[in-house]
Design a protein around this ligand. Sequence first.
Ligand SMILES: Nc1ncnc2c1ncn2[C@@H]1O[C@H](COP(=O)(O)OP(=O)(O)O)[C@@H](O)[C@H]1O
Ligand SMILES: CC(C)(COP(=O)(O)O)[C@@H](O)C(=O)O
Length: 287
Amino acid sequence: MVRTAVAFCPGHISGYFKKVAGETPETTGSLGAGIVVDEGVRAVASAADRLDVVIRRVDRNGRTLAESVGAPPVEYLMTELGVAARVETTCRLPIGSGFGLSAAALLASATALDALFDLGLGGEGIAALAHRAEVVHNTGLGDVAACQGGGVVCREGPGTAARITRVMTDETIYALSFGPLPTPEVIGSPEQLARVAAAFPPECPRDLAELFAFSRAFAEKSGLVRPEVRAALDACDETGVPASMTMLGLGVFAAGEGAGEVLAGFGELFPLKVAHEGFRLVEVRES
Ligand SMILES: Nc1ncnc2c1ncn2[C@@H]1O[C@H](COP(=O)(O)OP(=O)(O)O)[C@@H](O)[C@H]1O
Ligand SMILES: CC(C)(COP(=O)(O)O)[C@@H](O)C(=O)O
């Protein structure tokens, strides 16, 4: 009999953020706001003799586009938990493009491992461990906290126990990516972080419109907008479509009437729904 645990975690598009450097990974993280989206990472875990992580990216029909082996943050989870498993992650959104997939992979993997080995971590334990793995590997700051639930999300403190507000909406978000912007390169650079901190808007958005307004002001001041992102933002501006840059990736997200049409010419477009819930166990099966 082989026991397999399956879990899912939504992705998170960060609109703006500010690093908070605490004394420990638990108190380190970011303040900021973004959108938890219904596309994310599915993790399938089964017991094995050694740690084995497979990352798979698929198209809308589930066909494999790319597959790679090894993910240090996910391996860190297993080492910390003292377990050995084969973990396969599957996602449709591009990795490294500001969709919070490292956090989604960590939360989905930790949830599957918790169930597979009956570790009893619970939601809070899973989130705390995934957050530590993100911070230790510099792959993210606030995505794990955000993906504990759904909605347009605002994090008012660092870490998974901070105050977080969520606003639900049924609007479609259109996202596209021109390529990766490696998270460690930005959050590992004091100069970049200083610029980002100076651009940080102090308020939480009350709705999607405010999220776009605050995110865009932040993107402009952050110095992170590159020419390809600029071209897509300009096209949105010309037609009055609210849009901003996916942090941290070379991508754009937009919403409202005409958003899909305007962005369609720029590359592969992902229509996304705002997630109504965060990471979760899907099933444990024996076969
Ligand atoms: N889908 C995934 N499955 C497993 N590991 C992942 C996945 N996405 C990201 N990671 C891990 O996180 C690292 C950094 O990802 P990062 O640039 O932060 O991506 P993102 O911006 O999508 O969160 C990757 O090199 C990989 O080790
Ligand atoms: C913006 C970022 C620091 C990284 O996000 P990603 O590249 O999607 O992992 C995020 O974790 C945040 O704190 O808001």
